[in-house]
Each structure stands twice: as structure tokens, then as C-alpha cells.
Design a protein around this ligand. Structure first.
Ligand code: GLN
Length: 498
């Protein structure tokens, strides 16, 4: 039962073939079976999940009209607040903190009757591309336990890939949904900036952060996206407008006459052979379905990584100032006579990990009065150039595409001592965040050299998220008929019940 899609589980629930309690219990059993080796979860809320499942079952038997995802289990990245449930953002500094409110995303999923199984592991404050920066130890890739699942939403991606949950939520500041989706062979979407409320999403870089859905199929991902998106007066950057119908788009699967732009700068040199090969094949599939493939030039993308690694640390140095030992979680050195400054300093020193400290220092420096124009100001100018490159490219093409990540999943420890090598993994995903547009990663097959999943990235203009689902749905269906099923059906079983 746990290896089905969320859409199929929903049908089984509606037909009364299974109850939400059974479905939830089956996933909790799977977590007990495999999570000692995958380590996707930081906190499993079995009691809360079963209580929610029982409520949905009771509502269903009383004939109440329910949302299609009511009763379906979900894994939640530990960066979103959930009332009364430990929330750490992967950091020691928040250890033991239980928020007193739900983030808007959590309110929406609760309202839909979705069952939250627990909180998933992540790079500390979402800073990283491998989930190795978590203060609670790494998550392991279900396809090969010696490798990372990518990051920073590695726990959520691994949970879906290991059949511990059919759906999950992550956040994507520079690629943290799309890159782990690619590395674990599932679908992940970073919605348009402002489409999903950031209220209760612990801030890393506010102008780039956006929560989004993971699923094992394009349709499952659309069903969850639909629940998450919408205007929220509690978030000043939330879009108040008409949201595209992503669920219909996921089932439309019609790319005839669509123009698909391949970004010249995001392929070739630096991309693993097997990644490039699966990407090229997917392009041929789209062409065979009637799409027109063109090449587009985005010259400013060369500077995207450099601009991102100034803007994101700058915003983080300001956002993380709130962890001051007074308001949340950890407090260190609070002895008689210790000054507030000494306690703050000792707490921040003990509570933050290396990567977070590196970024706070870098960001504070880039924002300092003598260097502001040279660093932060220049980075913002690059951001404008990237937005202009996209505008020109979208004048020629309906969607743009690239490989999601330059490589397949890398070994645990391979890049953890080399931040620049780690940052380079984001080269293809970061431009989307800088421009505030939307992007999807879906499985394009397995690389010949290592047998690991490859991600295909689709990008669309702001508030055109439906285009991602239309093109993604069409490609997914064509590839599944070639492979005789979805890629995820080839994932190793990891023992335990399936
Ligand atoms: N890997 C990028 C970073 O470390 C992106 C992280 C993210 O999207 N949260 O900043």
C-alpha cells in the first residue's frame, strides 16, 4: 500500500478500500523499519498522526465532504512551525523549542485533512546541499546509503524516496527542493516566489525562500502544491492574485507546439556525462511529443552563484540575529553576573554550526558600510541582469530547461570540507530563486556510470507554475511508458515491508 502514489491512495480511501488509520500506521511501520538507516526524520509524531487519521476516518464515515488529500500522510521539513511540535531547523540553537503556532502552510495542510507524520532532517537553517550540515547528523540517500540525498531538504526527499511518506514539504532558497528531488529520483517543485506563504517558515534568506511540495509523481506534487499556494495577509510578500490550476495542468500533458528553451550556460562542461545524456534524451522525448526545442542565451547566469552567495548570507546575517539566547531554545553561560552580551555570544558560539557561522560572518562583512556597494550592491545588480536574461528567454520560449544538478548523488563526506565544491552543485537551480520564478525537477532516468537518478529541470515565468506541471506531466508519462513504470519503482527496497 505504501508504494502507491498519493492519488491512488486517495482513490482507495474514497472507495473505502483502506482507512487513513491503516495508511498512517503502514507508513509509521515503514519508518520504524527503514529510518534507522535513512535517518530522514528528526521527530516522528505517531500519536498526533494517528489522532488526525482517526478524525479524517470519522469525518469520512459521517459523509462529510473531504479534500482529495484528506487522510494522506506527509513528512514536514523541520523549518516550518507546527504548534506544540519540536521545531529545530536542523540547529542546536533551537533544540527543545516548541512553537506555539502553526505556520500558514501547516494550517492549510491540516485544514485539508492531511496527516503530518513528523519533522524531517535538513541542513542547519537550510544552508547546504547535502543535509550533512544538520546538527543532528546526516540523512542517507535511499538509493545508496553511502551517499547524500542532497539538501537542504534532504530529509523530506529521502522520506518520499524511501516510501516513508507519499508526500513531503521542503523549502527552496537556492535549489533545496529541486536538487534533493533530483538526487533521490522524485519530483520537487519550487513555486513562484510569493505563491506560498512564508509565515512560520523559519527565515534563511527572505527574498529567496519559498516552501514547496515533493511527490513521487507530477500529479501528486500538483495536488500538494494546490493545497499550499494562496494569498496570506500574514505574509507581506504573498501574492494576491489568481493562482494557476496546477492540478488540471498536471493531467493535461500537451506540449504540441510549445517552445522549450535549453539554456546554453547550464549544460556541457562541468556536467556529469550520464546527467547530460539523460537530459538530452528527455529533450528528444519532448520533441517527439511535438514540442519545439530551441537554445537560449543567458550570459549573466555565469555570475549567479557569486551573487547568490553574497545576497543569501547577507540576509541570513540579519535574519539569524534573532537567535540571541533570550527568545528561543538554547541558553549557554547564564551564570550570576554574566552580561547579556556574554550569554548571547556563548549561546551563538555553542548553538550555531560551522557553515551557519561562516555565512553570518560573510554576510555581516558584505553589508558593512565600507563594502556594501562593492559586494551587496553589485550582487543586486547581477540579480537584475539575471531577471532580464530570463525575460528575454521567456520572450522566445514557453518554458526553459536544464539538468537540475551537475552530478548525481555524491558520497557522504566527499564535499563537506570544501564549501566552494558544495556551492557549485547549485549552479543550475540558483538563477530561478534570484529571479523569483518557479521551477520543477523530475526524474529523467539513471546515469550509466553510477546507476543513480538524474533530474530534469523545467523553469517557467512567475505565476505560470501550471506550465511546469503540463510539461513535467507530459515528459513523465512518455518516460514511464518507455521504462515500463515510474523511475521510483526501480529504487532499492531497503528491507522492511513495501
Ligand atoms: N545550497 C544552497 C545554500 O546552501 C541552497 C539552500 C536552499 O535552497 N535552502 O544556500
Amino acid at each position: 500500500m505504501i508504494n502507491q502514489t498519493a492519488a491512488a491512495m486517495s482513490e482507495a480511501l474514497v472507495k473505502g478500500e483502506v482507512t487513513s488509520t491503516q495508511l498512517t500506521q503502514a507508513h509509521l511501520d515503514r519508518i520504524s523499519d527503514v529510518d534507522t538507516s535513512v535517518k530522514a526524520f528528526l521527530h516522528v509524531d505517531a500519536e498526533g498522526a494517528l489522532a488526525q487519521a482517526a478524525r479524517v476516518d470519522a469525518d469520512r464515515s459521517s459523509g462529510k465532504k473531504l479534500h482529495p488529500l484528506a487522510g494522506i500522510p506527509l513528512a514536514l521539513k523541520d523549518v516550518l512551525t507546527q504548534d506544540g511540535i519540536p521545531t529545530t531547523a536542523g540547529s542546536k540553537i533551537l533544540q527543545g523549542w516548541k512553537p506555539q503556532y502553526d505556520s500558514t502552510v501547516v494550517s492549510k495542510i491540516k485544514e485539508a485533512g492531511i496527516v503530518i507524520l513528523g519533522k524531517t532532517n535538513m541542513d542547519e537553517f537550510a544552508m547546504g546541499s547535502s543535509t550533512e550540515n544538520s546538527a543532528y547528523g546526516p540523512t542517507f540517500n535511499p538509493w545508496d546509503l553511502s551517499r547524500t540525498p542532497g539538501g537542504s531538504s534532504g530529509g523530506s526527499a529521502a522520506a518520499v524516496s524511501a516510501f516513508e511518506a507519499p508526500l513531503a514539504i521542503g523549502s527552496d532558497t537556492g535549489g533545496s527542493i529541486r536538487q534533493p528531488a533530483a538526487l533521490t529520483g522524485i519530483v520537487g517543485v519550487r513555486p513562484t516566489y510569493g505563491a506560498v506563504s512564508r509565515y512560520g517558515l523559519i527565515a534563511y534568506s527572505s527574498s529567496l525562500d519559498q516552501a514547496g511540495p515533493f511527490g513521487r509523481t507530477v500529479l501528486d506534487t500538483a495536488l500538494l502544491h494546490d493545497v499550499m499556494a494562496g494569498h496570506d495577509p500574514k505574509d507581506a510578500t504573498s501574492i494576491n492574485g489568481k493562482f494557476p490550476d496546477v492540478v488540471s495542468a498536471a493531467q493535461k500533458r500537451d506540449v504540441k507546439g510549445l517552445k522549450i528553451g535549453v539554456i546554453k550556460q547550464l549544460q556541457g562542461e562541468g556536467y556529469q556525462k550520464g546527467v547530460q545524456a539523460r537530459f538530452d534524451e528527455s529533450l528528444q522525448v519532448l520533441a517527439s511529443l511535438g514540442a519545439e526545442i530551441i537554445e537560449v542565451d543567458c550570459p549573466s547566469f555565469e555570475y549567479a552563484l557569486a551573487a547568490y552567495y553574497l545576497i543569501a548570507p547577507s540576509e541570513c546575517s540579519s535574519n539569524l540575529a534573532r537567535f540571541d539566547a533570550m527568545r528561543y531554545g538554547l541558553r549557554v553561560g547564564d551564570s550570576d553576573g554574566a552580561s547579556a552580551e556574554a550569554v548571547m555570544s556563548a549561546t551563538r558560539n555553542a548553538g550555531f554550526g560551522h557553515e551557519v557561522k561562516r555565512r553570518i560572518i560573510l554576510g555581516a562583512y558584505a553589508l558593512s558600510s565600507g563594502y556594501y556597494d562593492a559586494y551587496y550592491g553589485s550582487a543586486q545588480k547581477i540579480r537584475t541582469l539575471i531577471i532580464q536574461d530570463y525575460a528575454k528567454a521567456f520572450a522566445q520560449a514557453d518554458v526553459l530547461v536544464s539538468p537540475t544538478a551537475p552530478t548525481t548523488a555524491f558520497k557522504i563526506g566527499e564535499k563537506s570540507n570544501d564549501p566552494i565544491a558544495m556551492y557549485l552543485g547549485d549552479v543550475a537551480t540558483i538563477p530561478v530563486n534570484l529571479a523569483g520564478i518557479c521551477g520543477m525537477s523530475l526524474p529523467a532516468g539513471l546515469a550509466d556510470e553510477d546507476g543513480l537518478p538524474v533530474g530534469f529541470q523545467i523553469m517557467a515565468p512567475a505565476m505560470c507554475d501550471d506550465r511546469l506541471y503540463n510539461v513535467g506531466g507530459a515528459l513523465e508519462a512518455a518516460l514511464a511508458s518507455q521504462w515500463g513504470g515510474h523511475l521510483i519503482s526501480k529504487a532499492p527496497a531497503l528491507g522492511g515491508s513495501k
